[in-house]
Design a protein around this ligand. Structure first.
Ligand code: AMP
Length: 332
């Protein structure tokens, strides 16, 4: 079986962008691949944060992934596998400063920090984050990485790092991982369809996957459709809504409304109502699952610790081999 690795930061609730860009695919892939899905808490330390919030959010993300259909044996918490950090150091030594400086996410996040607070700390962790991400992937010899389009550049870096390691140590050791994109590799913000849906933009820009039905319908209702800038053809906001219908598997209604659009008869209110309804239908079972899982909190946490320990064995084996290849000593 080919190997799949993907990960998500525990930054609070899952939003629709995470779900349609990544998690929906994670669930499907479990039938045909050897999958590992990490809740990457080390990655959440690059910006200022509160320890209690990180702890809470890590478990929250684990439970939400399980509620979406991710199997418990495929889930791990990154900090239960500290070998990720060890490999990250080794890989940082075959990754150039220049390459990391060119990462667009680093530039974006640095700008955000600067806007918020001129003296905010731009940590070295934020700079090195893509190397830790490469370690997350390479440590499990993953063939495929299901991610959203926003991660394409990082994945390319992982491939370059793998290549450089293999060349330097004259061994075809690390696999070159390939991305797997979903039907919506980039879901746009409902409030500003020129930007991707993201939490950092603020509440009105993203839809929380576990929000109450009313809130979901209301948010879709207020989605920006036309920006009034003399748009020719379909505006990004309308396209985003149509894509949501496809992602929810509502092909019939999608085709009907698309025909209306081409005939100049589309009512945005009808499109929004269809999207709201499709989302509510898709998501309601997740909310029910989450409630059921939360009734067994303790037991599920133990299961996730066990799956993390099992997954750790693979990472430990990789580190044993990496130590050997790179000339580091081993105790055993
Ligand atoms: P993050 O929240 O940055 O840890 O991202 C988790 C996963 O969700 C990654 O695979 C991202 O590519 C994906 N993702 C985040 N935002 C979006 C979006 N607006 N559209 C599509 N995928 C996204």
């Amino acid at each position: 079986m080919k190997k799949v690795l993907s990960a998500i930061q525990p930054t609070g609730d899952l939003h629709l962008g995470n779900y349609f860009g990544a998690v929906q695919n994670w669930v499907k892939l479990q039938d045909n691949y050897d999958c590992k899905y990490g809740v990457v808490d080390y990655h959440c330390m690059t910006m200022p944060y509160k320890a209690s919030a990180l702890r809470e959010n890590t478990w929250k993300m684990v439970f939400q992934l399980l509620a979406c259909g991710v199997k418990v044996e495929n889930v791990f918490v990154q900090s239960f596998v500290p070998e990720h950090v060890e490999l990250s150091w080794v890989l940082s030594c075959v990754c150039s400063y220049g390459e990391l400086s060119r990462m667009t996410q680093f530039k974006d996040k640095t700008d955000q920090l600067k806007d918020k607070d001129k003296d905010a700390l731009v940590s070295s962790g934020l700079f090195l984050y893509p190397v830790l991400q490469a370690a997350d992937i390479l440590i499990y010899h993953a063939d495929y990485v299901p991610v959203g389009k926003d991660q394409e550049q990082h994945l390319e870096l992982s491939r370059n790092i793998a290549q450089r390691f293999n060349t330097q140590f004259e061994k075809e050791y690390f696999v070159h991982p390939e991305p797997l994109f979903t039907e919506i590799p980039k879901l746009l913000s409902l409030a500003d369809p020129n930007k991707k849906m993201s939490k950092s933009l603020g509440e009105k820009h993203y839809v929380n996957l576990f929000a109450e039905e009313d809130r979901i319908r209301k948010q879709v209702k207020s989605a920006v459709t036309d920006t009034g800038e003399g748009q020719i053809g379909m505006s990004p906001g309308v396209k985003n809504l149509f894509e949501l219908l496809v992602a929810c598997n509502e092909k019939t209604i999608h085709d009907q409304l698309m025909q209306d659009f081409h005939n100049g008869a589309l009512k945005y209110s009808a499109l929004k109502e269809a999207v709201g309804e499709a989302l509510v239908q898709l998501i309601s079972p997740f909310r029910d699952n989450l409630k059921a899982l939360e009734e067994n909190k303790k037991q599920i946490k133990e299961q996730v610790k066990d799956s993390s320990s099992n997954i750790r064995k693979v990472a430990q084996q990789t580190m044993k081999e990496v130590r050997e290849i790179t000339g580091l000593l081993s105790l055993k």
